[in-house]
Every structure is written in C-alpha cells, then in structure tokens.
Unconditional design. Structure first.
Lengths: 650, 650
C-alpha cells in the first residue's frame, strides 16, 4: 500500500500513513490533538485544518464555506490523505471552566445514623499474629486468617495473588503486627459474604484514623470525584473537571460513534480514566494521602459513560432497539481498569435501568429519597437527555427523551456553555416601559458577553414571550422592529439582539433568531412531553405531583419561574420545586457509605418501570402540544396565563 | 557511579554497567545466557567464564584451579566488574533429553465412573437467546443469564470485564445463538457455588464434543503437562520438558537463593511459565486445537515450585522455621499469571502441607489412593528430597528429608543425570567367577558411557557390597587390587573402575570412590531414616507396612532388589513394592476431572500430620544407624543377610 508523509505544523515529526488515512488519524499518530466535539461525524466543523501543501480528498465539507475551501480548509475527520501533505492546525478551542470550586461545593451532611462498623462493607482490623516456630509451621496466610477470625469473627476470606506476593515480607518486616482491610458483599440479612483482603498495612493503625473511599460521577460533560472518609462518613473534598472525552464528542451519541472507530473505545476509556485519575490525584494532594490509601470506589453515570469507563462497547445503545450490554456491571478491582487508587479496591458501578436511564438516575432517586416518600414525586435530570422519574415509595416509572443540546448552548447560533462570558440571565422591559423591549442581562464572571448559556436562553425566551416579542408559536414579532431596532430581519430571518457588538467581547451582536427559538422549543417540549406521558401512563394527573425534584448540574441554574413560563416545567407553586444539584454523585456517596443504600439503589433500578418513548405514539402528540409557548393548553399554565393577560401584543 | 563496558564475545553488543555489577548480571543485560545450576552460590563452578582483557574482582574462586585462574577464568556469579572487560563465554552445557515420549508415556485409564455432568466443575451449555425488542429491553448480560437459568438452572453467575467487553458483539454476530462454558466451586454437598462464566462461543457446540483441560506437574527438574478431554475424561497427550529454571539452580535451595536476587523471582516465574507454555503449545498443535480452547488447569508441584510459579517469594521456605507463605493458594485465572491457555480458565494449585511436603505429595497420596485403603501403606517420592507418607484411610503422617542430589548424579565425581550415555545398571561378578570383580553395565541410549546415573550408582553400590568390593562401612577393599586392577588407589583414595577409558566417550576411566560412596550413603540413609522415624512416631513397626508405593520419575528406574541391598528401601517381599511413576501429575489429573477428588486432596493435605525432622533427635540416631550397608541392624534386612552369608570377604 502506498504511503504518504503528513506534516503537521505543530507536530514534532512528520508521520507516514497509507493512502486513505483520515487526517484526524494521522494527527493522532503525530501526537497532535484535534478536537472532535461531534465525535468525528463531520457535523460540527470544529476539526477544520488548513492544507498548506499537497491535497486531500474531502468526503464531506459541510460547515465549510466556499472561502474556507479556497483557503485549503478541510475537516480532519472527513478528509483522507492521498499524497504528501503539509497541514496547519488552527489554535484549538479551550474549554473554559465553571466547575465545582469551594464556592460552589455543596454542604454534604453525613447521615445522622452513620455507623461505619455496621454500615460499611470495608472493615479495618489491627492484628498481632502468633510467631511461627518449628512446632507451629502454619503458613503465613493461614496464620493471618486465624488471627483475623479470632479478632473479628471473619471466617472465610479470599486474597489476590498480588497481596499474597507481598504478604510474607510485610509480616516479617512488621514483626507480625499488621492492620488488614477487608471488603465484603453484604447480603440482605446483613451477613458479610465473599470477604476479600484489600490491604495489609505494616503496624497497627489507631482506631478512628480515617480510611478513604471515593464517590465518582461520570457525566457526559463533567466528572466529579468526592473523597470520603469512610470512618466518619465525611466528604473531605469535592473535585470536578470536564470529561476528557469532550474533545471526542459533546454528547453521548457522538461519543458512541467515536468509540466505534478503530481504537476509539480504548481512547475514550483512557481519556475518562485520565480525568478521574487527575481528580483523584488532586484530592490526595489536598488531603495529604496517597492514591493507594483509597480502598473503595463507587461510580455513577449514564449508561454510555459507564460502558465506556469499563471499556464495554456502547454501539448497541445507539442502535434500535437500544440495548445495553449490562445494566448492573460486576464489581471489579481498580487494577482491572487502571483506576489510580489502591489496585485491590473494589470499583462498584451502580446499576442503571436502560440505555438512556442510567446509574445516574438510579443514584439520583436514591439521593432524593423518592423511593422512601409517600409524596407523589417527579424527579427530573435536565441535560442533553431529559430523564424523568415519577412515583413514590409504592412505584416508580421512568423515561428519557432526547432534548438535544440546546440548553447546553449548542444548536443555538450565539449559544455557549455556562462558562465565563455567558449571559446567564436576561430581563426585557415591557411594552409600556420607558424603553420598551430593552434587555438587561447578567454575565458569568462579570465579563463582556460572548454568548448565551442555557439558563440565559430560558430567561430570554420567557421574557420575550411575556413581553410579546415572540408569539406563542415561537415567532419573533417583526412588527415591533419600529419600536426597538433590536427586533430586526437578520440573515436567517427575524432576530432579536440581546447585546450590541459594542458591548460584546468579539464586537459582534449577540442575538436570538426563530431557528434558535425552534430548537429551544424542541428541547423544552421533549422534556415536558416526557413527564406528561409518564403521568398519563400511570393515569395520574400531573397536578397531583406533590414535589418536583430537579437534579443535574444544569438544574442548579434554572430559574423556575422562567422555566415554567416557556413550558419547560409544569406550572405549580414554587415551593413544590427543589433543586438538588448533582444527585448522581450524591447517590454514589450514599451507596459508598452504607450497604443498605447500595441495596436500595439496586432495588430502585430493579423496580423502575422503563417506558421507551420512541415506541409510544402518545409521546408524539404530547410533544406537538408542547411545541407552543408555554403549551397549546394554556389552562395547564394558569400563572403564565395570568402574566400574559394584560399584554396587548398577541 | 562509575560505569564500565563489558563485552561478551557471543553478545550482539557490549553493555555498560556500574562498578560492582556481577558478571552474571552483565551477561543477563547483554542477553547472554550463562547457566547457574547452583543458583549463583559459587558452588557448582559451571558459570565459569574467561576474562580475556581487563580484570574482575573474584569474591570466590572455589571450583577453579590455579591453572584456570592463570588463564583468566572467573565464576560469573561471584565476580564483579571494576573496569572495562572483554569476556569469553565457553559453550554452555546442553541438557540431554530423557523425557516422556510415546514409549515412556504411561497408560492412563479414565476412572470407570467418570460422568462429566456430575463430576466436572466446568459445564458447557448451548443457548438460544430471545431477541431484544423495543418492548423487551433487557440488557445483554441479563438476557444471557435468563437463558442459562432456564436451560440449566444456574442461578447466580459472575462474569469478568474481559468477557463483558466481548459479549455484545458475540451475541449479535452469532444471531443470539451461543454456547457458554461456566465453572464453579462445588461445596461438600455437591452444590455449585461461585458459578463463573469462562467462555462464550458463537454458535452451538454439539453435545459430546471435547472440552479441554490440563493437568500440570511442576517438578524441580521436569515439568509435565497432560492434555485432558474433560468430557470423556481421556488423557489426549502427555508432554514433558526440563524445567527452564534448571540453569538457575538444580535443586530447590539453589532456586530459592536465585529467586532472592534482584529480578530473580520474576526470571524464575517467567522461565517456568515459558516451559509450561511451550508444552501447552505442543499439546495444542498435536491435538489441533488452540490454547484458548483449554478452559481449566490443575497444578501440582512442591511448595517451592508452586510459590515460584505464582510469583510468591519463597525465601522463608529456606530459613528456619521453614514457613511457606501459602499452602493452599487461591484459585486464580490463567490471565493473572500469563499461563497461555484461555485467559479466564481457572488455575487451581493443589494444596501442600509444609515447606518440604508440597502439593506433589498431597496429589501423590490422592493418586495412590492411600487415603482410601485399609492397608498400612508407605508412600515414597524419591528425588532430591525424599518425601515419605505413612498411613491409611485412618491417619496419615508425613516427613521430608534432604537426601541431596546424589541420586541425580550430583556430588558423585562421575555422576550424571539419567540421560543418554549414563550407566543405568551394573553387575559385578563374584569372587569365585572366572573374572572376579569384573563389571558389566547397561548404558542409556546404547551409547558409549559418559558417567553413572542414580539407578546405575545404586546397582553398582549394591553389587560392590554383595561381592565384597566394598565393606558394610562403605570403604572400598583395596586388598582386592591384586585380584583386579580396577580396584586401585586413586587421587582421592581407593576407587573402583567401572569402565576403562578405552570404552568411554571421553577416553577417561569411569570409577567410583569412597567419597562418592559416602554421599550415596548419606542420601539413602536420610530416606531410610525418614520413614523409620515416621513409623516410630506413630508406634508402628516398619514390618507391618503392607504396601510400599513409590512415586516420582526417579522411582520408575529403581531396581528394588538393589535398593534394598544398599538399605535405601526396607527389606520386604517384592510384591509389596509398586512403582507408580509421576504420581504428582496423576493426582493433578484426578483433581482436574472430579470435584470429589479435589475435595479429597484438600482433606488429605489437611489431615496429614507433618513431622519436622530437623526438630527431631530420633532422626539423627536413625540416620546414623542407616549410614551402613545396608544398615547397622542386619536383622532388618534378612534377604540381604542371606545374600552375603556365603561371601568370604568381610
């Protein structure tokens, strides 16, 4: 096969590749990192590179203008090498941070009844072994087992070869005085079974000394690690970072597509492990401990994230009939996948329910305790996918709808993630004010605005609707353009300028247009339709819901009033809404602490009835009804009806 | 630290090493293999190399003559680099083969009641899974588990991450028609517990098709692998090879010493794994299968061999009070240690009793069924260590004595292993024959003699004693030198020439002298004393022993009459002796086949009472009494007494 030389301007060395190699693959070989937020589907245009010399064959040039093409731009994920080329890689987009910091870290209270001796699967025991003699030739491992049985009643215990290889020297060097850490599965009657040696520590560890575990939430966007002292139950630190997989796809579908490519699955697994291991490293540094001191991990995340974390192919998740390989992964050891904690530590991935209702939702239900309440509860995790659970102690039904990434700023021309420079809230003055339809806004990080994030878009759309700038069908009212020049005909139809170029970072106007609004409507309609169908499926009117619990990091920033006004959330008294933050990591934390919680999350996953919306005609009807602002049926939104009552513009 | 260049004449490239590096370490770095049969203790002299230029510091030059030293010879294991040197490596000794071949392979009969469905821990089940649908979104793993439960009643089953990673594609590619292999622990009531998935095979495997396992015996000298069809129970092939560790020590003590050196443990583990993997490769090639088709392994061997196979430090075995790290190793998977069979296959190392009574003896007891007989039985495994078990169904006592390597040809000037060119049997004509004291002999491989192996030495010594060439104290009767010039004063005292230089391969006389005889006496006395003490310890006269079962490959070649005549074996009717061959691999085979045998070997190991001879004064007395030919007390050897009765020479 013919080989060609590909030279990237920012690479150390040129690489030789055969005809037909994608530029993105060549870049990977050359050690050049080119972001592929759409996972290499040629849809996002962000992997564009400039071919300076030679030529490539472009399979697709979507997202590239004629001018781009003239200048030699090509999508790295869609262009193949057919001869020697020299390629210039534009500066890669940096992900700006708005992650958990000390400011945003939530107060976590340790469950008041936490008793590590009873609740914890991990147990630490200090031992003084009898000394071997000519007339007591018991082997080392039996000697340790005998001491452990006498001290703590542990009868059967298994050991890894790794630990056996170290046992002899640790026992002798510590003069037969050691502390052992064991872990067990605890059956429903509270009996410890499958007890397993996790660590042997030379010398005796004082009672009450901390013993560490981690609760991990693998979000599609953000990975969160909580360092937990399993003795006191306290969260010693909360650490978050963008999931290192983001540059290989911004949503789960893009990730699955990327993972199906040659080497893609291994790359995505390594990327998320790198992210987690970095966070663990930070946590250890701050707590002044070493990663091997962490002897237990509980992991939550959506089904795709859990599959990729475990290196299990996720392709069937994306293909009808949308089947996971495993909803309840086996407990593995950290060594098995290269998680940089104690190699013997158990890594317990919590159970999910289906391809699009994963462990993050089971954990969320655990964290919000809806499986223990008598109140009819609606639990929402709003993100790229809107997962919804309805029910109480008696029963739980769940569904997921693909809301799309509009609330994460994608699919909206001036949309962006909720990072520095994003307009996060917006107000528009009414028709009767001194300056009708004039917006004011708040920007994250008190910077010049660069775009609008989800919460900003929701409040903008709500304000536009309440003031009549947009009608109930979602069209911008161009007739108001005489009143305020912000309302104008743009390149892609009517648009409304939120910030003039004079105010913005890049000097360009920030605006929203009808296409953007349509995407936002689709997102909110999908979520609203989801819980409508859920309620219908069990024959419960939505009004009977006694509390609405909102999880997910996005949820933290939603203004309920605005979300109700656009018809994203049902119109109910505000005191029924509660924002819980990252319920996925909270659930992982609870399961890490107490085997009873771990049992509960298993029961939750087993009991949740999953309703696959794509197999449900009523969903389509509900979705279409919700494609209005706030909804076709205004009776369901009395507070919104009252708010627009005095509006003259219709 | 100063570095020097070491150039080996047979290496591809010189190596740079710091001051103080052993020549043997430098050779290892340079990829040059220098045999160290004594494990690098400087005792055997076989790692001598010639320093052609530069100089080395010799820590020890034992085994090197003044002439050797003048010529620049140095022991690679005892000489350190202090400047640039050029080293010539003499041709390395090749190990000649006399291993299991078709001729020597034993007939193995499958236990008549073998029923794989009941006896085998491994089970194979063909399955047709239901197809996933939008309204049946069961995950792949649960779907498989359900099918397995319905077909074979297996309720709980675990799976490795490795198999989960392959599950989705195998199911889809085989159109949901697969065969699974599971393995379980079987409890004493016959219940399958800890059921575990071992393999998923696309398509359905016909009932009765073979399913492979291996029984492995890791001997200090020889490694044996039996390929077994677990369905029929038949041994499909027997393969043996010298243990690749031999060049790093010929006995267990040398191996332990070598393993305690930097990197030594890893090297020894790799060497024995290489040997086993080669044998498995041969077995697979002959049976036309692939190594992953082997889905179960049972391993036997002495405690040191098992520790080194598992990579567990063995140093404490050598140091008082002689404690193993583990007598009953956990069952591991082949992947854990790099055994080249199915990575998920269980590797079950059988239990040993103590540092010097290992799994090979427990397996031997199983194979010879002494735990099931009412007859008082003496089981002997004669080798470098003489392990002895005495007992019956009711009780078992065991001990080990260090016989030393005399029966393997070491410690005897013209001794050698039982390979081509070794005198394996010897006869000497009596004083009244035409040619008094003239020997005849048989050589292995019908070649010119090169030396004498264990069986040859035993028969030679017996014949010398019966004809009066040697007295009961073991001294050669020089007064006979007039009758036959073979009996003469040699360099190291009196000697007896067995083969004149004109008959031998290298033109030198092959003879035995008083020092050699002393070493042989020590070996036989240790073994005889061992079972004497065992019998005494339980208060049973040795005469009551109803059968003497002899295991070990050496045992196969012993002539009982001769062994009795020198006092190695007790003087009993010949029909009480039975040679069983390699009982260690036979036991491993039985345990591989049937969980009841596996339970038995565990019980055997647990029930054997171990008597540590070095803590026992009676052993010394018994040893001293046995240092005569055949014994101080001739009453115990009536047949020998009768044979020497008519001898005039005393």
């Amino acid at each position: 096969m013919t080989e060609h030389t590909v030279t990237f301007d920012i690479a150390k060395q040129p690489v030789r590749v055969p005809t037909g190699t994608l530029l993105s693959e060549a870049a990977h070989l050359a050690g050049v990192d080119i972001g592929q937020p759409c996972g290499g589907q040629g849809r996002c245009g962000r992997c564009a590179v400039q071919v300076m010399q030679g030529d490539v064959r472009r399979r697709s040039s979507l997202r590239l203008s004629v001018e781009d093409l003239t200048q030699g731009f090509a999508l790295a994920c869609q262009s193949v090498v057919e001869g020697d080329v020299i390629v210039s890689v534009p500066p890669q987009e940096k992900i700006e941070r708005r992650l958990t910091t000390d400011r945003t870290a939530i107060e976590v209270s340790v469950p008041s009844d936490y008793d590590p001796y009873y609740a914890q699967s991990v147990r630490r025991t200090s031992l003084q072994l009898s000394l071997p003699r000519m007339d007591d030739q018991t082997d080392d491992w039996s000697r340790l087992k005998t001491a452990l049985r006498q001290k703590s009643g542990i009868e059967n215990i298994s050991v890894s070869l790794n630990l056996l290889q170290k046992l002899g020297s640790i026992l002798r060097e510590s003069n037969w005085q050691v502390t052992v850490i064991t872990d067990a599965t605890i059956d429903i009657e509270g009996n410890r079974i499958n007890e397993r040696l996790v660590a042997i520590i030379p010398d005796q560890v004082p009672y009450g000394d901390p013993m560490y575990g981690v609760a991990i939430d693998i979000g599609t966007t953000t990975v969160t690690v909580w360092l937990v002292d399993l003795i006191s139950g306290k969260v010693e630190g909360q650490y978050s970072e963008y999931n290192g997989q983001i540059s290989r796809g911004e949503d789960v579908i893009s990730r699955i597509i990327f993972s199906s490519k040659n080497g893609g699955r291994e790359e995505l697994q390594n990327r998320v492990l790198d992210t987690i291991n970095q966070l663990v490293g930070q946590a250890c540094k701050r707590a002044k401990i070493n990663p091997p001191d962490i002897i237990k991990a509980t992991v939550s995340g959506n089904s795709t994230m859990v599959h990729l974390f475990l290196g299990i192919p996720a392709s069937s998740i994306r293909l009808t009939p949308y089947i996971t390989t495993v909803n309840q992964p086996p407990i593995i050891t950290a060594e098995t996948i290269g998680l940089a904690i104690n190699p013997e530590a158990s890594v317990d991935c919590l159970p999910g329910v289906a391809s699009y209702v994963g462990a993050d939702i089971s954990a969320g239900v655990l964290a919000c305790k809806m499986d223990e309440t008598d109140k009819l509860t609606l639990f929402l995790d709003v993100g790229t996918n809107g997962e919804t659970v309805l029910g109480s102690r008696e029963w739980l039904v769940t569904c997921a709808c693909s809301a799309g990434p509009a609330f994460e700023g994608a699919g909206v021309l001036n949309g962006m993630r909720a990072t520095k420079g994003a307009i996060e809230e917006c107000w528009i003055s009414g028709e009767n004010s001194a300056h009708p339809f004039e917006p004011t806004y708040r920007v994250i990080g008190s910077a010049k605005p660069r775009g609008m994030c989800g919460s900003g878009l929701i409040s903008l759309l709500a304000e536009m609707f309440l003031t009549g700038v947009v009608d109930k069908g979602g069209s911008i009212n161009l007739s108001l353009s005489g009143t305020n020049p912000r309302i104008r005909e743009g390149e892609h139809g009517p648009e409304n300028v939120v910030a003039w170029g004079t105010e913005t970072e890049n000097g360009k106007d920030i605006f929203i247009n009808n296409v953007d609004i349509d995407n936002l409507k689709r997102a909110k309609a999908a979520i609203y339709a989801g819980f409508t169908v859920l309620a219908q499926s069990v024959g419960v009117p939505l009004e009977m819901v006694e509390q609405i619990l909102i999880g997910g990091s996005f949820g933290k920033y939603i203004n309920v009033e605005k979300a109700v006004q656009i018809g994203l959330l049902p119109d109910m008294p505000w005191d029924r809404f509660k924002f819980l933050g990252n319920t996925s990591v909270q659930g992982a934390y609870l399961a890490l602490l107490d085997w009873r919680n771990r049992d509960r999350v298993r029961d939750i996953a087993a009991q949740m009835t999953y309703i696959e919306l794509s197999a449900d005609n009523t969903f389509y009807d509900a979705f279409m009804s919700a494609m209005f602002l706030p909804h076709t049926n205004l009776d369901s939104f009395p507070s919104v009806a009252a708010a627009v009552e005095n509006r003259t513009i219709t």
